[in-house]
Design a protein around this ligand. Structure first.
Ligand SMILES: Nc1ncnc2c1ncn2[C@@H]1O[C@H](COP(=O)(O)OP(=O)(O)OP(=O)(O)O)[C@@H](O)[C@H]1O
Ligand SMILES: [Mg+2]
Length: 214
């Protein structure tokens, strides 16, 4: 099982959107996927409860109560949707039990400030400090060709962080979330442009997970 922690303490950064879309994509590749919803708002769990039959199966788990679900289903991928405000011991624990940390960053000054603090905190966590956890950032709700995207890249460069890609701001995500879907559950004719933002994330995962483990 490969565990991806999707985290940024800033509320609304795009964590649940990235987590649910990534989960549905992997499920569409015939992978067993569980989303562990660490957020008391239960956005990911609610998304799953809206998910219609007939689409690639993603299972859900809640902290504490559902470790049995994970053990029995033996997913290839566990995607952990972190809550806003995650810091300190809780962050430490989640990082330690993850293989990779994916940080969505939106483009306001407030998001940058909160993310800078978060990245500084991450850098103090032992497995990250020692380079034993993959860490990457994705721009969230930002078109790659805009000034906002350049601002984001300029903000991240001195932090020596990989900006994998920019996930565009699109109503497709909003509508998909409402319907328990992802952009990968939608027809090519509608979603192809939005799909094109994602391959760097998949390639990053591919580089981290040996093929025989998948
Ligand atoms: N790429 C996108 N395009 C358009 N809207 C988006 C995109 N990503 C997220 N959103 C919207 O932005 C809002 C916040 O996104 P999301 O819930 O994924 O963030 P979050 O980091 O999980 O928030 P929280 O901290 O509250 O858990 C939601 O209304 C979501 O639909
Ligand atoms: Mg969320």
């Amino acid at each position: 099982m490969f565990t991806i922690l999707v985290a940024n303490p800033k509320g609304g950064a795009g964590k649940t959107t990235i987590a649910t879309n990534l989960a549905a994509f992997l499920a569409g590749k015939r992978q067993r996927v569980v989303i562990l919803d660490m957020d008391r708002q239960r956005s990911a769990a609610r998304w799953l409860s809206r998910r219609p039959r007939g689409f690639p199966e993603v299972r859900g788990a809640l902290p504490d109560t559902d470790t049995k679900v994970i053990r029995e289903y033996a997913p290839q991928w566990l995607i952990v949707d972190a809550p806003a405000g995650l810091h300190g011991a809780a962050l430490n624990d989640l990082v330690k039990s993850a293989d990779a940390v994916l940080v969505p960053v939106s483009t306001s000054a407030f998001d940058f400030e909160a993310t800078a603090d978060f990245v500084a905190e991450l850098a103090t966590i032992k497995p990250i400090k020692e380079g034993r956890r993959a860490l990457a950032v994705v721009g969230s709700k930002v078109d790659g060709r805009t000034v906002a995207a350049s601002d984001l890249d300029a903000f991240l460069a001195p932090l020596s962080l990989d900006v994998l890609t920019h996930i565009r701001d699109s109503q497709l995500y909003v509508h998909a979330a409402r319907d328990g879907l992802s952009i990968f559950d939608q027809p090519r004719s509608r979603a192809e442009e939005a799909w094109s933002d994602w391959p760097p994330i998949f390639e990053w995962l591919q580089s981290l997970v040996p093929a025989q483990k998948r």
